[in-house]
Design a protein around this ligand. Structure first.
Ligand code: SIN
Ligand code: FE
Length: 291
């Protein structure tokens, strides 16, 4: 598996040819990062004002909820809020157009999730080990179970000072699962319904979500694994865009500041080859249905 696959696309809204479409879907579904080095997301008008540490709220990111259209995670004034909302909406629309052209097979099933702006420098943050994304991990979030639905994310580095966003990319998903699954306990009976009832989770935490959280935590907690697993470091330069299934690709963000990110969800049935999904891989390895 190539950790990174490059495509020379340079327009958000231009048709891709059949060969590019086939390459894109195959790269993503095998867990590769699809890198578009010639596709910048260009800021307009006053938007450059938003490239300021003043945007940072208490959390890591500022985000736009597509259901409400509201921006969360920052305490800036009304003018800045509006500018930010416009920027995030424009980014969401750009990534929608890109996916429609590049991954037309996904279009009917794609669901838009939140759009985020990441104004904080990654390096040197003090954060608990579980939330520390400088450690290799696959994405899984305690309060947001996916029940197997895929997490496809589009990132663009909009840093104005030439600073790259530096990631590490680790082992293929099946290697991660084979290594850590045997050490995980099965979900406690009744816990899924209880956590949902107590609003700890937004929907039921399926056995799939339980094992994905287990993999996420086990990877991050294992310093020896972090250091020794075969990995590559890649610097995503300002002006580039990249797509990746973050529930599948082992990734860690080491340093960088100012990125945009759009999350898309895709049900496993909407994939070109569902057998390559983390859900189907974990079901094959455990011998049972997990969602
Ligand atoms: C992550 O998903 O682990 C963080 C990615 C980033 O902000 O670059
Ligand atoms: Fe992540």
């Amino acid at each position: 598996m190539n950790p990174i696959t490059r495509l020379s696309l340079d327009r958000w809204d231009a048709p891709a040819d059949a060969a590019e479409q086939a390459l894109a879907v195959d790269a993503l579904e095998q867990g590769s990062v699809l890198l578009l080095p010639a596709l910048p997301f260009v800021l307009q008008g006053d938007e450059a004002r938003l490239l300021s540490p003043a945007l940072e709220g208490k959390g890591k990111n500022v985000s736009l909820d597509p259901a409400t259209g509201r921006v969360r995670g920052t305490e800036v004034g009304a003018d800045e809020q509006r500018l930010l909302q416009g920027l995030l909406q424009r980014y969401a629309a750009a990534t929608r157009a890109l996916l429609q052209h590049l991954l037309p097979g996904y279009a009917p099933a794609l669901q838009q999730a939140r759009t985020s702006f990441r104004p904080a420098e990654i390096a040197g943050r003090t954060i608990s080990w579980r939330k520390d994304d400088t450690r290799l991990h696959v994405d899984s979030f305690p309060s947001s179970p996916t029940q197997g639905t895929r997490i496809l994310r589009v990132f663009s580095n909009v840093n104005p000072g030439g600073q790259p966003r530096v990631w590490r990319l680790g082992a293929p998903f099946e290697d991660v699962a084979r290594r850590f699954l045997p050490g995980l306990r099965p979900p406690a009976p009744g816990s899924s319904a209880l956590m949902h009832w107590l609003h700890i989770t937004k929907r039921r935490r399926s056995a799939y979500d339980h094992y994905m959280l287990g993999l996420h935590d086990a990877m991050k907690a294992d310093a020896d694994y972090q250091a020794r697993v075969p990995q590559v470091t890649h610097a995503f330069e300002p002006g580039c865009t990249w797509l990746v299934y973050t529930d599948q690709a082992s990734h860690a963000a080491m340093r960088g500041q100012y990125a945009l990110e759009q999350t898309w969800h895709l049900p496993v049935a909407g994939m070109h080859e569902p057998a390559r999904s983390p859900l189907r891989v974990l079901e094959r390895l455990t011998g049972r249905a997990l969602a």
